[in-house]
Ligand binder design. Structure first.
Ligand code: 5AD
Ligand code: SF4
Length: 468
């Protein structure tokens, strides 16, 4: 009998990938994707522990689910509630204590054991817990990924982190660095492309620390892996995230110089522009090192757009340290970036520091950093006006006739076309003439030809009116 499975995903893209794979593991047990928790036989919250806010969201969601589970029981049904991901890994049995309505708690490295966990949960009465770091790799025990529809796909190639930045829970929740063998990654990439993906994004907490075993007996770095994947026929675009400045090597920089399928966009978190703070964060590089790396990347790929993560109010951050962050941002010039107030996380060294920054200072610094980053993002988007760029359309927009895609630089691009063309354009990679750069997106014009041409080969040979 078919059962309804709802997975709610929080946090990073690795969680998005994991959620798809959980669904693959559960499919042979009769669980089929279901769009909401209403009437679901199983609800999995795939959680994020990176900042306190993210972790607390899970418990309020569990409160809502408790009421639904009770309603289900009164109607003679049963809803299994599972907490997966990094909150599960970090808090383990504490989740069951705080939320006894939860049936299963398992971490990011054990979800290949879901069939056994489900069986145990259906047999017993108490919550089932599995937060091991097993010796076996989950990747060796997962079924082949189901054929996903859609032009873009994620592919996890690396997991975990050995860097131990003093603010970060990842080394504790995801475990130590692990790279999948090259042959496995290539085989999965080929299957995804054969299943219709035009763009792949390779994922890893520290994706450029990738050091996978090659069939040639050598250890391959990310640069070499990217070049191998670019050889796949039918693949049009390749991306990767998230990178660490310390692991940017010559091979990776060279890949950007020569591979046209490798998109000119790089998320390269720096966190702070102050050497004192970078040292206290245990980042292993200075602000000057970062500037030099960016310079080398830009020499190799002049139109590379950069993105970053920043933390403001790290313990001990002075006004002068924060000013150094603003200076670095001004020097680099970002296409977009994420910025956060420092959030003390249990078990991390920085959370024990006595020099915590006041909430008021954090808020003020975040506002001024976001203002500067916002200005840079608008300037970057405005500079796209009048240009023609290839856009991979992957979703309908909110308004009728609107379709949304991504530029090579990861900007959202909206175009309006005749309503019947919208479904045909999904998965098309087409040149778009950019008319307006908005703060968070671009608006452009697509000279539509006979939409049938788009259907047949993903290209529109009669694209008109687009300046060369
Ligand atoms: N507080 C605030 N931001 C954090 N990040 C990681 N840990 C913390 C924390 N304790 C941010 C970093 C990282 C991004 C994924 O989340 O900027 O790059
Ligand atoms: Fe966390 Fe630092 Fe590892 Fe990134 S490099 S996952 S911020 S410990």
């Amino acid at each position: 009998m078919q059962k309804k499975l709802f997975i709610k995903t929080y946090g990073c893209q690795m969680n998005v990938y994991d959620s798809h794979r959980m669904s693959d593991v559960l499919a042979p047990l009769g669980y089929m994707p279901w769009p909401s928790s209403q009437d679901a036989d199983m609800v999995i919250l795939n959680t994020c522990h990176i900042r306190e806010k993210a972790a607390e969201k899970v418990f309020s969601e569990l409160g809502r689910l408790k009421a639904q589970k009770e309603l289900r029981a009164r109607q003679g049904g049963r809803m299994i509630i599972a907490v997966a991901g990094c909150v599960a890994q970090a808090e383990g049995a504490e989740v069951l204590r705080r939320a006894p309505q939860v049936d299963m708690v398992f971490g990011p490295q054990t979800y290949h054991r879901l069939p056994e966990l489900v069986a145990r949960s259906l047999r017993g009465s108490g919550g089932v817990l599995d937060t091991d770091f097993p010796l076996e790799s989950k990747f060796d025990h997962l079924p082949e990924e189901s054929h996903r529809q859609g032009p873009t796909a994620f592919l996890s190639v690396q997991e975990g982190c050995d860097k131990f930045c003093t603010f970060c829970v990842v080394p504790y929740t995801r475990g130590s660095e692990y790279s999948r063998p090259v042959a496995d990654v290539v085989a999965e990439a080929e299957r995804l492309v054969a299943g219709g993906a035009l763009e792949l994004t390779l994922l890893g907490q520290n994706v450029n620390a990738y050091h996978g075993a090659g069939a040639d007996g050598k250890v391959w770095g990310l640069g070499r892996l990217l070049r191998r994947i670019c050889e796949i026929d039918g693949l049009r675009r390749l991306r990767y995230t998230t990178s660490h400045p310390r692991d940017v090597d010559d091979e990776l920089i060279a890949a950007h110089a020569v591979e046209s399928k490798l998109m000119p966009y790089l998320h390269l978190p720096v966190q702070s522009g102050s050497d004192r703070i970078l040292e206290a964060m245990n980042r292993g590089h200075s602000a000057e090192d970062y500037r030099r790396i960016v310079e080398r990347l830009r020499n190799a790929a002049p139109d590379l757009a950069l993105s970053s993560d920043f933390i403001v109010g790290f313990p001990g951050e002075s006004a002068a340290d924060f000013a150094a962050t603003l200076r670095l941002v001004t020097d680099i010039g970002y296409a977009q970036a994420y910025s956060f107030k420092y959030s003390p996380r249990p078990g991390t060294p920085a959370s024990l520091a006595e020099t915590q920054v006041s909430e008021a200072d954090k808020s003020e610094r975040l506002a001024s950093l976001q203002m500067l980053l916002g200005e840079q993002q608008i300037a970057f988007n405005r500079a796209s006006e009048g240009r023609e760029m290839m856009v991979l359309f992957d979703a309908p927009g909110r308004k009728p006739g609107q379709i949304v895609g991504r530029s090579p630089h990861m900007q959202s691009v909206h175009v309006t076309v005749p309503v019947p063309a919208v479904p045909r354009l999904r998965g098309a990679l087409l040149p778009v003439h950019i008319e307006t750069g908005h703060p968070n997106s671009l608006a452009g014009r697509l000279e539509l030809c006979d939409a049938g041409a788009i259907l047949s080969d993903n290209r529109c040979p009669q694209t008109l009116g687009v300046p060369a």
